[in-house]
Design a protein around this ligand. Sequence first.
Ligand code: PRP
Length: 178
Amino acid sequence: MTEPKILISEEDIRRKVDELAAQISADYEGKGEVTLIAVLKGAFIFLADLSRRLTIPRDVEFMALSSYGKAGATSGAVRVVMDLRDSIEGKHVLVVEDIVDTGKTLQYLLDLLQTREPASLKTCALVRKKDRHEVDVKIDYLGFDIPNVWVVGYGLDYAEHHRTLPYIGVVEPRESRG
Ligand code: PRP
């Protein structure tokens, strides 16, 4: 299998996560605890790094979602595979995503979480494929805009390969099979 080509280096990710954590910490200062909700699987590494660099009280929670038609050909319907354990009513919620592609997953999640009456609901995404977005979903804290390429590493996969690379790299999908 060909090694991914580096798109965003480990150092650039580290610097960006520091910046995001500082901005989020400043914005939530004095508001009490923020509940970070990571969308599995991809966001697990970003959440781990981001959450440890915040200087405000925080709690981490996880959800797993599954989307149909990822290739873009079908409805983009999303369903909850694993839900939160506890209520988020009255809590300050920050959704943490690794990547926003069409935006459908994040928009679905925001619509769902909003019905549960959090005190506030914001979003943080490490990367966004701006050219691909079909839904104008609100990203309050964004790491990087990237072109429409297949990215792996730092939580992102291609058919479960490359998730644990320390950088974000680009693969040609056919190179990664097997
Ligand atoms: C990725 C990513 C987002 C979603 C974004 O998850 O983590 O949740 O796709 O795509 P969208 O903006 O087009 O909706 P994926 O379905 O690849 O699952 P994984 O995180 O378990 O790899």
